[in-house]
Ligand binder design. Structure first.
Ligand SMILES: Cc1cc2nc3c(=O)[nH]c(=O)nc-3n(C[C@H](O)[C@H](O)[C@H](O)COP(=O)(O)OP(=O)(O)OC[C@H]3O[C@@H](n4cnc5c(N)ncnc54)[C@H](O)[C@@H]3O)c2cc1C
Length: 349
């Protein structure tokens, strides 16, 4: 096991954060001639507030065997209208984030050039070649990869603001009536602003959460509306702990000389759906390719950005309460049409 005492003083690449982005980046640097250190503040990688929802494009990175269920339908509800979104292969499943991290870390074990240090925080980036770990230990690097999520120490060092943020609240529930074991998303412009409430079943628990753009609804109101909705729908949350997290979707570049930002630290999640695991994988791969100078015809981040930007154009309708009501109520009706639904699924997953 790696400890602060037995790691080296200098690495070719230091990756801050062992989420899907950081671990995927490490995987793509595995077997190269670069010495790589991943630093993760949590003792158990993967313990992250996330619904763990995955769709078919995630399967390029996540094996079906670790999903909780085969891909399923998604029940999308707006007030009294209910549309079942489906596709021939199925649409949505869930993955336990700790299980996902274990899977990614297991894969890294075969690479001698990758070291993982857990339970240690990167406290400060001192310069473009030096950083500090929590016990005051300094490490030199040639390349630094910020894979440290929405509140990123690497992004802060680069002085990049994060003005586009989603705020989320989530409960992990261990007991639910059986009929709720479906993937469900509830839209309600009055309660959840531009966002939505989700019920995502996992193997031994169900994640129930809600999120919205921070500028559209006050977090205190969102939290109170969330609890109100749960009480109304007879959810027992008396024993459950409410967790909250931001989602940064303010993309301002990923490559800054020898410093990279990937996943949420780069603001790559979708501002509309909150989907961020897939772009975390894509950007981890792309940053590694850039570091080892492996040239491919497509840039994976640019490809994702085209989709993300198209999705976020709808933000215009969601910002204004009257337009939002119209957009959501007419949007859900349009989705009952199978052809439109197919296009919607392609655009938003
Ligand atoms: C409530 C909620 C629900 C979501 N649901 C979904 C969903 O259903 N599907 C989906 O695709 N996306 C979802 N997302 C988004 C998804 O969780 C993120 O986009 C994804 O986790 C990004 O991966 P990442 O590797 O960039 O960052 P993270 O997964 O956040 O990993 C960052 C890692 O860095 C570590 N770290 C942070 N700071 C430091 C430091 N200073 N030193 C050392 N380590 C550090 C953290 O502990 C963490 O392990 C959701 C997000 C939230 C908040």
């Amino acid at each position: 096991m790696n400890t602060v005492e037995n790691i080296k003083d200098a690495y070719d690449v230091v990756i801050v954060g062992a989420g899907p982005a950081g671990l995927e980046c490490a995987k793509n640097l595995g077997g190269s001639n670069l010495d790589v250190l991943i630093v993760e503040k949590n003792k158990v990688p993967g313990e992250k507030v996330c619904a763990g929802g995955v769709t078919f494009n995630d399967l390029a990175y996540i094996p079906k065997e670790i999903l909780n269920f085969p891909l399923n339908n998604l029940h999308l509800k707006y007030k009294k209208t209910n549309v079942i979104l489906s596709s021939p292969e199925g649409l949505i499943s869930s993955v336990d984030r700790v299980k996902l991290a274990c899977y990614q870390i297991d894969y890294l074990k075969k690479f001698k050039n990758i070291q993982l240090l857990t339970g240690v925080r990167v406290t400060r980036i001192i310069s473009n070649f030096l950083l500090e770990l929590s016990p005051g230990r300094q490490i030199k690097f040639k390349f630094l990869v910020g894979a440290d999520g929405s509140v990123s120490v690497v992004r802060r060092y680069l002085r990049l603001p994060a003005n586009k943020l989603g705020i989320t609240f989530q409960y992990t529930l261990h007991t639910l009536p059986k009929k709720l074991e479906l993937f469900q998303v509830f839209l309600d412009d009055n309660l959840f602003g531009s966002g939505y409430l989700w019920i995502f079943p996992h193997q031994d628990y169900t994640l129930v959460g809600c999120g919205s753009d921070l500028k559209i609804i006050n977090p205190k109101i969102l939290k109170s509306n969330f609890k109100k909705w749960l009480r109304l729908h007879k959810f027992n949350i008396s024993e459950a702990k409410l967790k909250s997290a931001f989602i940064n979707y303010d993309y301002r570049g990923y490559k800054f000389d020898n410093i990279f930002l990937i996943g949420d630290s780069a603001g790559l999640a979708s501002g509309i759906t909150g989907k961020g695991i897939y772009p975390a994988f894509l950007s981890g791969t792309q940053a590694a390719r850039d570091i080892i100078q492996e040239h491919h015809s497509q840039n994976l981040i640019k490809e994702w950005l085209e989709k993300k930007e198209k999705q976020e154009k709808y933000m215009y309708f969601l910002k204004n309460p009257a337009l939002r009501k119209f957009f959501l109520s007419s949007g859900i009706k349009l989705l009952s049409n199978k052809k439109i639904q197919k296009k919607g699924i392609q655009a938003f997953t």
